[in-house]
Ligand binder design. Structure first.
Ligand SMILES: *Cc1c(COP(=O)(O)O)cnc(C)c1O
Length: 402
């Protein structure tokens, strides 16, 4: 594929045909090179591989594929999303500061604060959906701006192009965690970001059957530094998991289209429901950053969050245990729909005050819309609302009888 083709590639046809057929055997599926080492003809003379931590041909296919999808120069595969994030933080040194989105993924919050703070990395969390807050929070020590857009779980949208300009003017790297949108909807490197990171565990894998992380850089030099860290620290993705992730990515565009379609229908259903207080979905015209989302992404994704009029832990717990198609589980982006209660699950490691301040109230419920029929998903939610109303009613009668 020519360089020009790589840079314009984004549709499903090109994606599918950019995955190479095995030159040696004609195998249509990428071979899994389950090997730790490679025979050398003479010391240092080899066919491009010497030891499988440094490089593995199955992983190489994946790394080139994600680089193409994100329109970067270098793709680097890790054993988890957090291992990928960890490699990026290791670009920094003591005294450097990270300016990060306030409702950041819980695991990234834990890594930044309870692991890296003790090495003298400073943290500053702001609402990056307001670019002025980013400008005001930058200090001479800020070296890395960290965005998630949409965020988890309040689906806030930050303007990547605007913040990229701010980063550039202040000599900071801009990294976007693109897990929620996926490159099928949004390509941050084309909007000025320097680094994209993914939990491949979610939409890229797409089947809830692996843990993986990916990094893509716009510049080769930065890519080489992170590749160095990948080899030096060793949290590589195994050949079989690389193969599973390639297989997931092959259907990314098709799956994302359906996730987006059902998510919008669910968001509209929830918006009209009397038990629901707020609905968070960037595809709704009522979303405060709807216009920014429309400008920088081709769609609004498969995650919908909402709060209940009865804003309590108990009401949320009753709901998340009353669905049947939506399975109660952490994670997202798979074929099966999932429901979660962030205050008690993914966001438990964030102090309650901080969590509420970032908009994750006690009754906030997050849905990962899967690939079931849209109408079945809505019927399941309708059912859960009826069940919790009955439970509340029974509770009230008991209270009255006392
Ligand atoms: C899941 C997730 C991660 C962490 O990825 P793992 O593969 O679980 O290590 C990071 N960022 C976001 C937005 C995520 O959803």
């Amino acid at each position: 594929m020519s360089r020009a083709n790589c840079l314009t590639m984004c549709n499903a046809t090109e994606l599918i045909h950019s995955i190479p057929v095995d030159a040696q055997t004609g195998a249509v599926s990428v071979p899994i090179y389950q090997t730790s080492t490679f025979v050398q003809e003479a010391p240092g003379v080899n066919k491009g591989y010497d030891y499988a931590r440094t490089g593995n041909p199955t992983r190489t296919v994946l790394e080139q594929l994600i680089a193409k999808l994100e329109k970067g120069t270098t793709g680097i595969a890790f054993s988890s999303g957090l291992a990928a994030i960890d490699a990026i933080v290791k670009l920094l040194k003591t005294g450097d500061e990270i300016l990060a989105v306030d409702d950041i993924y819980g695991g990234a919050y834990r890594l930044f604060t309870s692991v890296y703070q003790q090495f003298g990395i400073k943290l500053n969390f702001v609402d990056t959906s307001d670019a002025n807050q980013v400008i005001n929070a930058i200090t001479p020590h800020t070296k890395l701006i960290w965005l998630e857009t949409p965020t988890n779980p309040t689906l806030k949208i930050s303007d990547i192009a605007t913040i990229a300009k701010i980063a550039k003017a202040n000599n900071c790297l801009l990294c976007v965690d693109n897990t929620f949108a996926s490159p099928a909807l949004q390509q941050p490197l084309t909007l000025g970001a320097d680094i994209v990171v993914h939990s491949g565990t979610k939409y890229l894998g797409g089947h809830s059957d692996l843990i993986a992380g990916l990094v893509v850089t716009k510049e080769k030099e930065l890519g080489d530094r992170i590749k160095y860290l990948q080899n030096a620290c060793g949290a590589i993705l195994a050949p079989f998991d690389s193969w599973l992730l390639i297989r997931g990515i092959e259907t990314l565009h098709l799956r994302i289209r359906q996730h987006c379609h059902s998510a919008l229908a669910v968001a509209e259903f929830l918006s009209a429901h009397p038990a629901v207080d707020k609905v968070f979905y960037p595809g709704l015209a009522s979303h405060p950053n709807h216009e920014v989302a429309k400008k920088q992404a081709k769609g609004f994704g498969g995650i919908v969050s909402f709060t209940l009029k009865e804003d309590t832990n108990e009401a949320a717990l009753a709901f998340v245990t009353s669905t049947s198609l939506f399975k109660l589980a952490e994670s997202l982006g798979g074929i099966k729909s999932l429901v979660s209660h962030p205050a008690n699950m993914t966001h438990k490691s964030i102090p309650a005050e901080k969590r509420r301040a970032a908009g994750v109230s006690d009754s906030l419920i997050r849905l990962s819309i899967g690939l079931e029929e849209t109408d079945d998903l809505i019927a399941d939610l309708e059912d859960a609302f009826e069940k919790i109303t009955l439970k509340q009613h029974a509770g009230n009668q008991r209270a009255a009888a006392c």
